[in-house]
Design a protein around this ligand. Structure first.
Ligand SMILES: Cc1ncc(COP(=O)(O)O)c(C=O)c1O
Length: 446
């Protein structure tokens, strides 16, 4: 027995229970013996040498890409910022203009929001130590949900601890094994994972391609419950979903619609209610998801919809019921942000003015901005390596932006994702355009 590390027993199908086939016992035969005698198995025993063993952690040793980039000096991830999130940030003791955040309305440093967070800590303490379902619901959470429902013009709203969890919890709850989810191929990872958790059949349609969606819906089982789920604004490409046609197709096939408005709430629509308001289709969307980590300058997420659907999600979503609620400071800061968004539409106007300036600037310089329609303006570079080089040169020149390479974007379409804030000054934006122009010429992109 000494050289043995494990033994695999392959038993006949009628002997399968109570374990799956094949059964692996580690280290020695001892644990097998009760089973062998109890089920009178005549085992076909394979002896495996220790050096044939698979180690679960092998993949960690084999993962070298990040270390290679670090050694070459191109590694762009997990950069520690030594100042608060704002138009200008400090990294490694150096100032950079930030065009790589989701801080669209520039509210992270607003004194009214900071004060609301501080007051909430004074009144309620630092955390809730439990889930909404049991001990983690504060009157503050209820007030926030009422305010959100009112702001979004919806019957009800439910707050989760992150935007990611909102998608996981909602999708895994609202669709089940007899249902079909039709999902845009470029949807955010949290939608992809929520779909997987739902056990529904997932049918992916080509990005923003309504003909493909209609073809797939026409070929699907008529009696299944159906949901179309899409991003309102796609976070890398910065383009909008073709919501008018999504709604038309959904009506034709009796399908529910859910829109992830993480990048749209506070940004799109006359009142900042997102994609559906922008297109005048608020009555046609069944569920709208939003996050507090972008325009709301905090952390958490929410879903809005009809009262009975939100009530159902509230009592079934595992991501809500088995996870602690957002801390008082976050809830209070989102309420303060809602007040500001309602009272100061000029912030959104300033944001769009900045966005138009940058889109026009990049287009005139000859960059490929990938059909952006939002404050997210990507600059297509192409190959991953060229993108890392471009990113590094931007960084050294005082501009913080984000590289997006495969699999976040299709291979060969790597890009630098830039995004804009209401609080960026003309001086900052001109500086960014100047750096892009210089580097774009230097690297032969324009
Ligand atoms: C489209 C989209 N949905 C959901 C999320 C998840 O939101 P959060 O970061 O608040 O968890 C993000 C965040 O990047 C996103 O871009």
């Amino acid at each position: 027995m000494d050289p043995l590390r494990r033994i695999v027993i392959i038993c006949s199908p009628e002997r399968l229970q109570p374990f799956e086939n094949p059964v692996t016992f580690w280290l020695d035969l001892k644990p097998c013996i009760p089973y062998i005698s109890r089920f009178q198995i005549k085992p076909n025993v394979k002896y495996l040498e220790s050096d044939t063993l698979a180690d679960l952690f092998d993949k960690c040793t084999k993962f070298t890409r990040a270390r290679e980039l670090q050694a070459q000096g191109w590694y762009p991830y997990f950069k520690a910022i030594q100042s608060g999130a704002d138009c200008e940030v400090e990294i490694d003791g150096k100032k950079l203009v930030m065009v790589g955040s989701n801080n669209y309305l520039g509210l992270t440093q607003d004194p009214r929001i900071k004060k609301a967070a501080q007051d909430a800590i004074e009144d309620f303490g630092s955390g809730c130590t439990g889930s909404r379902f049991l001990n983690g619901t504060l009157s503050l959470h209820e007030r926030l949900e009422e305010r959100l429902a009112e702001f979004m013009n919806a019957e009800a709203a439910l707050v989760f601890s992150t935007g990611f969890q909102t998608n996981l919890g909602t999708l895994a709850t609202i669709a089940g094994k007899d249902d079909i989810i039709f999902a845009d191929r470029n949807n955010h990872a949290s939608i992809v994972d929520g779909n997987r958790l739902s056990f529904a059949r997932i049918v992916k349609f080509k990005h923003n391609n309504m003909r493909d969606l209609e073809r797939l819906l026409a070929a699907s089982k008529q009696d299944a419950g159906k949901l179309i789920v899409v991003d309102g604004v796609f976070s890398m490409e910065g383009n909008l979903i073709d919501l008018p046609n999504i709604v038309k197709v959904a009506r034709k096939f009796g399908t529910r619609v859910m829109v992830d408005d993480a990048h749209s709430v506070g940004v799109f629509g006359a009142n900042g209610r997102g994609t559906a308001e922008h297109f005048g289709l608020e009555d046609e969307v069944d569920l709208t998801m939003g996050t507090f980590s972008k325009s709301f300058a905090s952390l958490g997420g929410f879903i809005t919809g009809s009262e009975n659907v939100i009530h159902y999600i509230k009592h079934h979503a595992r991501a809500l019921i088995f996870s602690a609620s957002i801390p008082p400071a976050n809830a209070a800061s989102v309420i303060a942000a809602l007040d500001i968004i309602e009272k100061e539409p000029e912030r959104r106007e300033k944001l769009w003015r900045n966005v138009r300036k940058m889109k026009k600037g990049f287009d005139e310089l000859g960059f490929d901005t990938c059909g952006s329609q939002s404050p997210v303006i990507p600059i297509v570079i192409g190959e991953d390596t060229d993108t890392f080089v471009f990113w590094k040169k931007l960084f050294e020149s005082g501009v913080f932006a984000n590289p997006a390479v495969a699999p976040a974007v299709p291979t060969g379409s790597a890009l630098i994702r830039t995004s804009y804030m209401a609080t960026h000054t003309d001086q900052e934006l001109d500086f960014v355009l100047g750096v892009f122009e210089k580097l774009g010429k230097e690297l032969g992109l324009i």
